[in-house]
Design a protein around this ligand. Sequence first.
Ligand SMILES: Nc1ncnc2c1ncn2[C@@H]1O[C@H](COP(=O)(O)OP(=O)(O)O)[C@@H](O)[C@H]1O
Ligand SMILES: [Mg+2]
Length: 426
Amino acid sequence: MKVLIVGGGGREHALAWKFRRDDPSIELIAAPGNPGIATLGRCEAVGASDVAGLLALAKSESVGLTVVGPEAPLDAGIVDAFRAERLPIFGPTCAAARIETSKTWAKDLMKRAGVPTAAAQTFSDPAAARAEARRLGAPVVIKATGLAAGKGVVVAVSLNDADDAIAMMLEQRAFGDAGREVLVEEFMTGEELSIFALTDGTHAMPMIAAQDHKRIGEGDTGLNTGGMGAYAPVSIATSAVGGAVMDTVFEPTLAAMRKSGSPFTGLLYAGIMLTPQGPKVVEFNCRFGDPETEAILPLLDSSLLAPIRAIAEGESIASAAPYSWRAGAAVTTVVAAEGYPQSARAGDAITLPALPPNVTVFHSGTKRDAAGTLLTAGGRVLAVTAVAKSLAEAQRASAAYAESVSFEGRQFRRDIGWRDLAQNRA
Ligand SMILES: Nc1ncnc2c1ncn2[C@@H]1O[C@H](COP(=O)(O)OP(=O)(O)O)[C@@H](O)[C@H]1O
Ligand SMILES: [Mg+2]
């Protein structure tokens, strides 16, 4: 069977790596892929958001399964287009992807379904938004409703900051139409978890939790990034927390999606905050997270391809075999380019030393020049995952390999997993 992976980052490399392990007989195609994925399959120069081009590729190659990595093609309706041609594809329709692509729509759905989340109201009028921020008091959270490449949320520590964020989004239109409406949201405290669940629209198969590290600096300081690392499992994600998230988040959300006429199939990502009142939803994403995927998949012993294929073919996963997880922990350290996240130096030669047996390198932003030299080509360049018996050991091995990678100006955090280690929870 031919499997087409849409995308070309570390997440897609990890999916390709896992699929190849699950079934060595598959033929992998990636669009556009990257030099890491090219060691596992064939890369085709079709953009990840080029729905017509991807459809043509899938047809001409007689692809049996298409798996979509990023949110942009889902928002552009790739699943609707493939389903109309009866091509099996894993992911939500454009309408179901609204759970990520419209924070207003997602918040309304959660309200209707009684899913625990921060109270929020939507505004297009700046004066009304400012008044609501005053009613809630600082800190308060201002969110652009649409896709803003991870930059559309401001946690305002003062009302001044809230006013600036409202002006930036609603008046200066910093995010274009994605900031046509803003949510003014109650501030929550607690630690965050990413919980992924495969779903056929009715049944959810949640995976072990991971924790992302969004800030550029050690100890979670400095600017926000796309994610500087992740680890799994997370000790505060106990089975009681997992049960509560299943009962109060996944099940009611999937039921509300079915009721809305847009059942969600694919990978539902719940961003959870463990507040003193219990788990609450920060946001949903409609696809695998990056870099959490690179930490979670190396711990998954059972097949990922089998349930994904069943879901793409419209089958129920009610009686699918449960996942089996390796003992131990995984730490993914992102090696980023100089200047990231404000800018990213590119075009520097990368040297990758031989891999220790417990380390895997996923390519996020790399390319090869005409001579075959591996070069940096993005803010996040590599995701280095180490699997070990303990979190401390996984952190050491991951950081040690990241240290041994060389390219001009590389930067990475040595402390991925620090919350668990500092509190001696692991
Ligand atoms: N209500 C809230 N209270 C506290 N922090 C929040 C709240 N909403 C979002 N955040 C913080 O902002 C980050 C980004 O918000 P999120 O809703 O996940 O948007 P996106 O990932 O689309 O940028 C979260 O990971 C969290 O750290
Ligand atoms: Mg988020």
